[in-house]
Design a protein around this ligand. Structure first.
Ligand code: COA
Length: 176
């Protein structure tokens, strides 16, 4: 199963997709600055275990973001875990290839997986959260149609000390 957008192809990752470049993203300070992955060691084994677990799940969907024109793997976007009673799920993403930042890929991927979650995965509400300093992430979600729903004060430890968490959410029909 593949989700196609204008420039991206999204498909569930398998352990075969775990390259040195992918492991390298998680050890790049510019990439992990706002990610919880920075709190644990990221090496080939830990990433392989993570991908294998998600590949076997019927409740969490880890998609790779591949450029359609070259097939290059530039990042990942995840939906889930899906709460089966409340039908809510989180969306999280990273674009690991830094030369691909600021080109609209995040907004394009968020739009596509959000539509997919509403239409095919039985989700009724999607949520995401980001450190308040992560302007790119917040703007990408808002561009995809998410709305800001909350601001949790001093919710996380960050390199700048305590930092606020921005919460965004989307309902079916709000995705642009
Ligand atoms: C955050 C991230 C996903 C943004 O991806 P992206 O493809 O660069 O985002 P987009 O190009 O879709 O940008 C969306 C908007 O944010 C703006 N933007 C992007 N990066 C920005 C930055 N660092 N500072 C301010 N604005 C930024 C874009 O100009 C665009 O603005 P627009 O609404 O006026 O068009 C990407 O930088 C990333 O993966 N970073 C590392 C991991 C991470 O932080 N993930 C998110 C965790 S919540």
């Amino acid at each position: 199963m593949e989700i196609s957008t204008t420039r991206l192809s999204l498909r569930r990752l398998t352990p075969n997709d775990v390259t040195d470049a992918y492991v390298g993203w998680l050890n790049d300070p510019d990439v992990y600055r706002f990610l919880e992955t920075r709190l644990s060691v990221q090496n080939k084994k830990s990433v392989l275990d993570f991908v294998a677990e998600k590949a076997a799940s019927d409740n969490e969907f880890l998609f790779g973001m591949f450029l359609r024109d070259s097939g290059r793997h530039i990042g990942n976007i995840k939906v889930g875990p899906i709460h089966r009673h409340h039908k809510v799920a989180d969306v999280s993403l990273l674009i690991g290839e830094r030369d691909c930042w600021g080109k609209g890929y995040a907004a394009e991927a968020i739009t596509a997986v959000s539509r997919h979650a509403f239409e095919k995965l039985g989700v009724a509400k999607l949520s995401a959260g980001m450190y308040v300093a992560n302007e790119g992430s917040r703007r990408a979600f808002l561009k995809a149609g998410y709305r800001q729903e909350g601001l949790r004060r001093a919710h996380y430890e960050s390199e700048d000390g305590r930092t606020d968490l921005v919460e965004v959410g989307a309902l079916p029909g709000e995705i642009t």
